[in-house]
Design a protein around this ligand. Sequence first.
Ligand SMILES: *Cc1c(COP(=O)(O)O)cnc(C)c1O
Length: 469
Amino acid sequence: MTDLSKLPSVDRLLAAPALAPHLAAHGRAVVTGVVRDTLAAARAAAKAGAPLPDAAALLAKVGAGVTVAMQPKLRAVFNLTGTVLHTNLGRAPLPEEAIAAIVTAARSPCALEYDIESGGRGDRDDIVNDLLCELTGAEAATVVNNNAAAVFLLLNTLAQRKEVVVSRGELIEIGGAFRVPDIMKRAGAKLVEVGTTNRTHLKDFAEALTPRTAMLMKVHASNYAIQGFTHAVPEAELAALAHQHNLPFVVDLGSGTLTELERWGLPHEPTPRENIVAGADLVTFSGDKLLGGPQAGLLVGRKDLIARIKKNPLKRALRVGKLTMAALEAVLRLYRGPDRMHERLTALAQLTRPEAEMRAAAARLLPALQQALAHLPVTVEIVALMSQIGSGSLPVNRLPSAGLAIRPQGKKGGVLGRIEAALRGVAYPGRPVIGRIEDGALLLDLRCLAAAEETEFAAQLSTLSRLGA
Ligand SMILES: *Cc1c(COP(=O)(O)O)cnc(C)c1O
């Protein structure tokens, strides 16, 4: 029977010089908690017959335990899923200009709502108002927390206790529980659906108008496509019909990009400017989808309508903070000089990355991955892949990419799950690797792995060598 009294006391461990740096960095409460847990685990193991660890072994365990206890929940990861604007992984990575602006705004007081010229109170929307107007052709703009908030605020301001006419084919759900009918209800507006799922005509809208109609609305059916026998009413016709009846025509664009994506070889995505030219009175879109900026909801359009929206008390509840404003301003400035956009805007750089670059990266990383997995019954090879834009861009639009595929030899599929879990479980301060399992293979799409990150990525593959065969 092991003599448990030989284990050092909590106080003796806490007094050990090895723990002094941890105590200084993280405080007594955290370290004491880990010491207690470590001793309890050693006691339990000893009762089960394990030998008592010596003080050095205990202190090493405490050190590791403190590192785990203090690791952030919001961990940086490697997004090798092949989906560039991955909502669950934080959507658009920000360009360096935006990161620098966030750091400055975080560290120093800044003129968020302060007019430096007059010395009086300012309006935080003024930071980006002119840029947004220049880039979209709108008269005025305002910014809230995300596009769902923008749609909500718009409806609540202009359509409370009134009717909003929308095509049935556009009553969409965006991942993460944004459903147009639900938002409409919460905003206090009554939804009037017109047309059928696949076809809606101008007369469907015209016949739905009543004295209680507040607006005509178009929702960009971002994350799915209806193909075949379809008809949607052109925006200019909807705008004309709305204006004949003195009603606003509003568009929830979803992923609003401010540049012509086909310029960069990507599929066309409608821009807020196109909506405004077609006669839209208000357009809402996200800051962190194709725009490539921070999470935000942007509302642009007619000055009188934006003014009403800004007066809604809920605007105060949905507004953005200084870090978001700092990043948004920096990103919008990049759009003013669009020549090297595809290099400077990180999200666009990832979306337009040439296939040959991913293929070369795969060739560089193949030996390290093969070596790390040599003891397991799997094969590793370079494969052609298709990446997705993500975040509600059409899933049918795919981007040729390349990466590494891990396949089980024979029928032992279980090994893939273990490799996937090990890559996902990379210990802090390493970065968990998120790939995707498809058709019996674990796929690592290298589009979003920057060349400068390859060494860090390869170094942590050694985690895999600890997996049992
Ligand atoms: C993504 C999307 C939203 C929600 O935008 P968030 O910025 O995620 O709140 C709303 N409408 C459409 C059409 C979208 O594509």
